[in-house]
Design a protein around this ligand. Sequence first.
Ligand code: ADP
Ligand code: ADP
Length: 251
Amino acid sequence: MASITLNNIVKKYDDGFPAVNNVSLDIADGEFVILVGPSGCGKSTLLRMIVGLEDITSGELQIDGTRMNEAAPKDRNLAMVFQNYALYPHLTVYENIAFPLRLAKSKSGDSTGGANGGSNGGSRGRSLGGAGGGSVDDRVRKAAEMLELTEHLERKPANLSGGQRQRVAMGRAIVRQADAFLFDEPLSNLDAKLRGQMRSEIAQLQRRLGVTSVYVTHDQTEAMTLGDRVAVLKKGELQQVASPRELYEQP
Ligand code: ADP
Ligand code: ADP
């Protein structure tokens, strides 16, 4: 787990207009922050800057107090969960979940999976206690068990339901023992029933793993049930940060 600190973060794309403007936010170790705001307000841009898929124009990103603006994505040890799953269609559920571990292993030769990444040592890559420790196989099976995917391990994504695919995507994030999860509207493609089910599963996982999360959603129920705090972004600027209760129950 890790804290994430944003200090006056600005993102300007080529048109020079700030897509994210002067955003400052302290996300505590283990905290679940919901990010809401109208389409185009900069939510995805902010997540992508945190995870390292997009350069930060100015300002500073810190993970556990260390500046990470220049760190490669793999050295940030954050896991992103997208709405479109991003699973490999030709791989089984097992192989999809194991993929980040195998990738890290083949790069580093680290027999524990090497998912700790991080060139800055220190507290990076601590075990989450959930699917932590053990061999690749142990970790994949433990994550699959948590997500009720054990009986589907040999299936391909095409043969899974939307909810199951979403769980595979989360399994992949869990086995990496990431320091934080970044969710970009992970449930928005699911029907209402599945969304409700997945919402409780994420809430349970969060309780069990206590992992720092930033979660983009348009869904007020998700914000109410999952969030410790809700950050409201508008035209690239942070308008308000409040508890779900304060935000949604105000007159
Ligand atoms: P969202 O669901 O976050 O609203 P969008 O549909 O706005 O996503 O964007 C989808 C993808 O298109 C993103 O990867 C984003 O970077 C890219 N994108 C969005 N707006 C622009 C733009 N004006 N120019 C180039 N790429 C864009
Ligand atoms: P959200 O996720 O809240 O829908 P985005 O972060 O996708 O918002 O977009 C914020 C702003 O940045 C929008 O005006 C969008 O058009 C612009 N934008 C996003 N991605 C790109 C990109 N790759 N190139 C240029 N402009 C972009």
